[in-house]
Design a protein around this ligand. Structure first.
Ligand code: SF4
Ligand code: SF4
Length: 293
């Protein structure tokens, strides 16, 4: 079972929720993937022992100008405008290159070879008895989806997999949640929270992934998020009120369930509830649009 924890925007407490969910599972049955590779911070709370680190690269073109006829075909086929062909020179904007390989494939002179460009690192270790893996994107690097894919390639399908997804609804978030059996959306009961929740719910509908909502700082806003969830048939699975003590634990990099039996049992109930929803298929959604193809 693969469960993603996501949010339409940053700062909703998504990682706190993912970490506390992980801590109520049996360690040997769980794998935790921090796919928020631009700002991985689950390790701050889970304090894993890292056993190894690998560099993740994408293949980018290198042009042999001795062979190149400067025909411009490579720039034509590049969907990301990463190449410009001049009279006697081919320029690559490597930060735009997605490593798709089209330019090398279509080059009539076979003048292009692909060379690896490191975009970040992947670290593997253990925390509280479970597998912990996270990606760390190089500073200033824009190409996070290949690194997220590299983290997800480590999925062990015999385990419960918990994915801490990047915030938002763009490519990195889609890459992280794609293929999940369920996505828990963490939000706040504010107009901004509602707006971003709606975007995230619609994204998940397109991907055909059932979702549920956890409302954090549940007592600070109004009930429009609840009304929205009723209308959209998205279950609200848990409320976390604003609590100074919880905020203090967060600020110290500590987890709620390790300090409170009441919160431990609430997160255990949340796991159970999610498992029941996945098993029952009650909130299964039909995949729509392009993603269905
Ligand atoms: S397609 Fe090949 S030959 Fe044509 S400009 Fe690009 S690298 Fe040169
Ligand atoms: S590998 Fe793909 S994205 Fe990169 S320059 Fe070639 S065609 Fe463009």
């Amino acid at each position: 079972m693969k469960i993603a924890v996501a949010s339409g925007k940053g700062g909703t407490g998504k990682t706190t929720v993912a970490v506390n969910l992980a801590l109520v599972q049996d360690g040997d049955k769980l794998q935790f993937l921090d796919c928020d590779v631009e700002e991985p911070n689950a390790h701050i709370f889970l304090k894993p022992d890292f056993a190894n680190e690998e560099t993740v690269s994408i293949p980018v073109p290198e042009v042999d100008e001795e062979k190149c006829s400067f025909c411009g075909r490579c720039a034509e086929v590049c969907a990301f405008n990463a190449l410009i062909v001049l009279k006697e020179n081919v320029m690559l904007f490597s930060e735009l290159c997605h490593g798709c390989g089209s330019c090398a494939y279509f080059c009539p002179e076979k003048a292009i070879t692909e060379v690896p460009r490191g975009i970040g690192t992947l670290e593997k270790g253990t925390a509280y008895g479970f597998d912990f893996i996270h990606g760390n994107l190089n500073p200033g690097e824009a190409m996070s989806p290949p690194l997220i894919d590299a983290v997800k390639n480590k999925i062990n399908s015999r385990k419960f997999v918990l994915i801490d997804a990047p915030p938002g609804t763009s490519c990195p978030a889609v890459t992280a949640v794609k293929g999940s059996d369920f996505c828990l959306l963490v939000t706040e009961p504010t107009p901004f929270g509602l707006n971003d929740l709606d975007l995230a719910v619609q994204m998940l509908k397109k991907l055909g992934i059932p979702s549920g909502v956890l409302i954090n700082r549940a007592d600070i806003g109004d009930d429009r998020v609840e009304e929205y969830c009723r209308r959209e048939n998205v279950p609200v699975l848990m409320h976390i009120p604003f609590d100074r003590k919880l905020a203090e634990l967060y600020a110290r990099g500590e987890s709620i369930v390790l300090h409170s039996d009441r919160w431990r049992s609430m997160f255990e109930d949340l796991w159970e509830h999610i498992s029941e929803l996945v098993d029952s298929g009650k909130f299964k959604v039909e995949q729509k649009g392009e993603e269905a193809r």
